[in-house]
Design a protein around this ligand. Structure first.
Ligand SMILES: O=C(O)CCC(=O)C(=O)O
Length: 220
């Protein structure tokens, strides 16, 4: 369960029609040759934007974090034979907002694909949820996400602690079918290996928050 483990698979969340439409939408995104991801996809595709802001997704998110969740950012990830990548163990400590916030606790500002990104204060993470829609079945052979259950309860960790936990604690492979959602806490320690049998592995990764931002900033 999400509340206990920090992640959960929600089976058959998207309809077959959603999947057909979203697969077509991601096929139209411009993928730079070097990276495995495309950022800000909610701004690049009306179909993705409509799904990410649909009542059924926002209702699910609100049932876990309360309030009125807003989409903070959305990224498309694919792994293929030509773009077969891995990501080391980490927590997602960075989020996207509409403008720089001068309040204490907002750290490490940067601009990614034209959008302000920063590490928010720790309290913000309790009002954040990551939702990953599987457009293909994911498993160990095509490089599904791996997580360390309950690790979100440790809060924001220095990277050396993340590495240490990953070598001492049991991990779980988030196997799922096309149409399933993986919901997870952004601080859940996770990693992603290269596919051993590369095949397309398309994911729409969306991050939401119901935290009220200061200084009239908005979730980007
Ligand atoms: O999609 C993946 O396999 C990895 C993505 C990831 O690690 C992340 O979004 O932080």
């Amino acid at each position: 369960m999400f509340s206990e483990n920090g992640y959960q698979i929600v089976e058959n969340f998207a309809t077959k029609e959603d999947i057909v439409n979203l697969r077509l939408a991601v096929s139209k995104l411009h993928h730079s040759g070097r990276s495995g991801g495309v950022r800000n996809i909610e701004k690049k595709s009306q179909v993705i934007n409509a799904f990410a802001n649909s009542e059924k997704v926002l209702k699910l998110v609100a049932s876990h974090i309360g309030g009125e969740p807003r989409l903070a950012r959305a990224i498309y990830f694919n792994k293929t034979e030509n773009q077969n990548w891995m990501v080391a163990w980490h927590q997602d400590k960075t989020t996207a907002v509409s403008k720089r916030i001068a309040c204490a606790g907002w750290l490490n500002w940067s601009i990614k694909d034209g959008v302000n990104h920063a590490q928010p204060p720790a309290e913000v993470f309790s009002k954040m949820l990551t939702v990953r829609l599987h457009l293909d079945a994911t498993n160990q052979s095509n490089g599904c996400l791996r997580v360390i259950p309950k690790s979100h309860l440790l809060g924001v960790l220095p990277q050396e602690d993340v590495v240490c936990r990953s070598s001492t604690q049991q991990s779980h492979y988030c196997v799922g079918n096309s149409g399933d959602l993986l919901i997870m806490h952004p601080l859940l320690i996770h990693a992603s290996s290269k596919a051993s049998t590369p095949n397309t592995r398309r994911i729409i990764h969306m991050e939401y928050s119901s935290y009220e931002l200061p200084e009239s900033a908005e979730w980007a």
